[in-house]
Write a protein that binds this ligand. Structure first.
Ligand SMILES: NC(=O)c1ccc[n+]([C@@H]2O[C@H](COP(=O)([O-])OP(=O)(O)OC[C@H]3O[C@@H](n4cnc5c(N)ncnc54)[C@H](OP(=O)(O)O)[C@@H]3O)[C@@H](O)[C@H]2O)c1
Length: 245
């Protein structure tokens, strides 16, 4: 295991940053990582929401949970957040690119709303890609760097169907990013994977009828974030099982 199993935060605790962690799957991933002894940088686009969620998780887990303002759709916000992580704690072992929007669920691909397609790409793809590149220097200093891209089965090209073009394309692009980075970072100890959480009962999935508990949706992501050095890289997984890209 790359992580300490201790639940007490210390200088030696591995550090994980989770984007979009004020609610939903991201918040649960942050909680599970905190329980495993990670120092968690809990990021949210609204500072007050990051602070409130971090305080609650620090209290419920006993771990060190640090709020971080981060809007992944804003390159200036990414640069500012990366500078703050560089200053404190000055290290990073795990990046979970979780922040996402379902801007055009149900919209027809033959009658697209290009503003919504753009919104999906800005957050789900460019946000994750830019954040990864901004933090790559710190991750390279880790002995066990892990990147988990929270994707979706809707981004799998092999079995792709219709509707939701922006969301689908943004997650397909994210999966391509997983393959590109895992290939180029092979040999540097990185494990870079995509995760589909399944159909999870959150603010995103709940209104569409999702029933999967958020704890179960998060656990497959946490598995990839805490892989041992002999774990897979360049893969796409749901609940620990491979999914077709
Ligand atoms: N739920 C599902 O069934 C399901 C299925 C497959 C994949 N996923 C993926 O799982 C991830 C989490 O989904 P969820 O179900 O937990 O959704 P959610 O409950 O809607 O939460 C989305 C999170 O992303 C944040 N976010 C959105 N835009 C952001 C931005 N520009 N910068 C930073 N944070 C931003 C939101 O922050 P605010 O509170 O500020 O809006 C919120 O914290 C997403 O990437 C989603 O595509 C979910």
């Amino acid at each position: 295991m790359s992580a300490s199993e201790s639940s007490s935060a210390s200088e030696s605790s591995p550090v994980a940053l989770v984007s979009g962690a004020n609610r939903g799957i991201g918040r649960e991933v942050a909680r599970q990582l905190a329980e495993r002894g990670y120092r968690v940088l809990l990021s949210a686009r609204e500072e007050q929401k990051a602070s409130a969620a971090a305080a609650e998780l620090a209290q419920s887990t006993g771990a060190e949970v640090t709020p971080l303002q981060l809007d992944v759709a804003d390159p200036a916000s990414i640069a500012a957040a990366a500078a703050r992580v560089q200053a404190d704690p000055g290290k990073l072992d795990v990046l979970v690119n979780n922040a996402g929007v379902g801007s055009d669920f149900g919209v027809s691909g033959v009658e697209p709303d290009f503003a919504k397609v753009q919104a999906a790409l800005d957050t789900n793809f460019f946000g994750a890609y830019r954040l990864t590149i901004a933090l790559l220097g710190l991750l390279r200093e880790s002995e066990h760097p892990r990147i988990v891209n929270v994707s979706s089965g809707m981004g799998g090209v092999a079995e792709m169907g219709g509707w939701s073009p922006g969301y689908r394309v943004s997650k397909a692009a994210m999966n391509a990013m997983t393959r590109i980075l895992s290939t180029e970072l092979a040999g540097e100890g990185f494990l870079v994977n995509s995760a589909c959480p399944g159909f999870v009962k959150t603010d995103m999935g709940g209104p569409m009828g999702a029933q999967k508990p958020v704890e179960d949706g998060a656990s497959g992501i946490v598995w990839l974030a805490t892989l041992g050095d002999d774990g897979p890289t360049g893969g796409f997984f749901r609940d620990g099982e491979p999914v077709v890209f």
